[in-house]
Design a protein around this ligand. Structure first.
Ligand SMILES: NC(=O)c1ccc[n+]([C@@H]2O[C@H](COP(=O)([O-])OP(=O)(O)OC[C@H]3O[C@@H](n4cnc5c(N)ncnc54)[C@H](O)[C@@H]3O)[C@@H](O)[C@H]2O)c1
Ligand SMILES: [Fe+2]
Length: 378
């Protein structure tokens, strides 16, 4: 069993006030804060900047992050960090900002482009220390050794993995997530939910990842509706952050499966938000994988409903109910994915070998076509 290292983690309202203590431990007096423009607009950048200013820390700001960050974008942020002479990097925002910050910090001390190191364990040197402050719940990127970058040349997303991108600290402050709109609360929450369900049903699940995944399934399915219906509900927001963290720890070590593999062409070709893409594929993949993991999917249904005696089909209906309650679309047709995209997507998904290898059942080219066809009009 392999267990990746983890950052030191603080969770709770107001915990961002401890960021300067962490920077002191890292001996960093000048930092780059990596965000998107949305994080500035909702006031989260100012909240963190105020804390840093009060401790006399010099801040260099990159607000260049776009959703589904590209290899080129992250190379340019790394170049800015190199030139500015910062001693640490803070990633502040959703998974897109965290993934960009993780790779940019690592690339400060490594030569060339991140393109040269795509894969797992290929980065030669550690980079600048990184602090992750997630504002979605979410990707779990604050705790993983992974960053997902868009490859504009191939219109797909590529995974990059290295122990050198694991943050040194993570601050999970629910007050930074209260402004997350309903649509993003639903999509990012379903991303986290898929992480734990996929980890729990992965071919590489272990006792360690099972413990994390089971708790994460309960926390996320038990709090997502409350967070969706009242964004200011700090209790639900904190439980969502905790759930997505545990889900991140689970999938970092067990891997995600076909749900994520099939979601990537939807993100790469049509910019479907990552969590929504996962939610659209989850029911069809549960059905496809059920023959190999019947008991596990039945257990997921029990964890979601709190009722004993479920079977694997109940898992599909519980997931459908959850998605309906947070207004996620039912099929690909509903979000205007053309039927003609099924073929190219089913070819592209076969390149996601890094994820398909974790799936409990082998996926063939024909299966891929059939699964997208089902997801298109189910
Ligand atoms: N590294 C990993 O382990 C991992 C795991 C899963 C997904 N990902 C990647 O993460 C990315 C998706 O991240 P995401 O789902 O968090 O979305 P995101 O980071 O792309 O953010 C989505 C939108 O929400 C806005 N936003 C974020 N926090 C907000 C807040 N508190 N209030 C208001 N608006 C806010 C952002 O500005 C953005 O416009 C994808 O690229 C995906 O592939 C990475
Ligand atoms: Fe994900």
């Amino acid at each position: 069993m392999n267990i990746w290292p983890m950052p030191q983690i603080k969770i709770g309202a107001g915990c961002i006030n401890d960021i300067p203590t962490a920077l002191k431990e890292l001996n960093a007096k000048k930092v780059m804060v990596v965000t998107g423009k949305g994080t500035v607009r909702v006031g989260n950048y100012d909240k963190v900047k105020t804390v840093l200013d009060a401790s006399g820390i010099t801040v260099v700001h990159s607000d260049d992050v776009q959703p589904d960050p590209s290899i080129q974008l992250v190379d340019s942020i790394a170049e800015k960090a190199r030139k500015s002479g910062v001693q640490a990097v803070i990633g502040l925002g959703g998974g897109s900002a965290l993934d960009s910050a993780k790779v940019a910090a690592a690339m400060v001390t490594n030569e060339g482009s991140i393109r040269d190191y795509i894969g797992v364990g290929l980065l030669p040197k550690p980079g600048l220390p990184l602090i992750a402050v997630p504002t979605t719940a979410g990707t779990g990127s604050e705790v993983t050794h992974l960053s997902i970058l868009s490859d504009l040349e191939n219109q797909t997303k590529k995974g990059f993995g290295s122990s050198f991108v694991i943050p040194k600290y993570a601050f999970l402050d629910p007050e930074l997530t209260t402004g997350l709109p309903q649509k993003s609360t639903a999509a990012t929450g379903l991303d986290a939910f898929c992480h734990c369900v996929e980890a729990y049903t992965s071919a590489n699940a272990t006792e360690y990842t099972d413990a994390l995944a089971v708790k994460a399934i309960k926390l996320i399915s038990g709090n997502i509706r409350a967070a969706y219906n009242n964004g200011e509900d700090l209790f639900a927001r904190e439980n969502m952050l905790l759930g997505s963290l545990l889900a991140g720890m689970a999938f970092a070590n067990a891997g995600v499966t076909a749900v994520h593999a099939f979601a990537y062409p939807l993100g790469g070709m049509f910019h479907v938000p990552h969590g929504m893409a996962n939610s659209l594929m989850l029911p069809v993949i549960i059905k496809f994988n059920a023959s190999s993991k019947k008991e596990r999917f039945a257990h997921v249904a029990e964890l979601m409903s709190g009722k004993k005696g479920a079977d694997w089909q109940d898992c599909i209906s519980e997931v459908e109910k959850l998605c309906e309650d947070v207004n996620l679309p039912r099929n690909l047709k509903a979000i205007d994915i053309p039927e003609s995209a099924i073929k190219p997507m089913s070819i592209s998904v076969m390149d996601q070998t890094r994820l398909l290898v974790n799936n409990p059942r082998e996926v063939t080219q024909k299966d891929a076509f059939d699964l997208y066809t089902e997801a298109w009009s189910r």
